[in-house]
Design a protein around this ligand. Structure first.
Ligand SMILES: [Zn+2]
Length: 127
């Protein structure tokens, strides 16, 4: 019998006891009522145990195929969000307006707009 070093929620949602192999690799093993004894050494499972187990007597030596610092990298997805939001600018006018080859019309509209602003300014100044 190996010493129980922690507990973790198993794949079936039950409480699994975590033991650790003393031989090379230091892989975790699980034992629970619903799944029985599980000593598979797959990286995904080892990483899951490492990230989620509640250790009974302090943090054990990490299995060889576990990324010890993985937990601290969870900041990355949050950093991506502002970038994605920046790609969409609601204040930017639709590009189809600029693509139309009606430069004259655009200039006239612009001049008319400036004139309107000037007129408004004059009107305000007179008021
Ligand atoms: Zn189970």
């Amino acid at each position: 019998m190996s010493k129980i070093i922690g507990n973790v929620k198993c794949l079936m949602g039950g409480n699994a006891q975590v033991t650790q192999a003393k031989r090379k690799g230091s892989h975790f093993m699980l034992r629970c009522d619903c799944c029985g004894f599980d000593q598979s050494t797959g990286k995904q499972k080892q990483q899951y145990i490492w990230d989620n187990a509640k250790w009974v007597d302090g943090i054990p030596p990490a299995p060889v195929n576990v990324d010890v610092n993985k937990g601290s990298e969870t900041v990355k997805p949050a950093e991506k969000q502002p970038k994605a939001a920046a790609d969409f600018d609601p204040t930017e006018p639709p590009k189809t307006v600029e693509d139309k080859p009606k430069k004259k019309g655009g200039v006239i509209v612009a001049v008319a707009g400036v004139a309107a602003l000037l007129g408004l300014g004059v009107a305000l100044a007179r008021a």
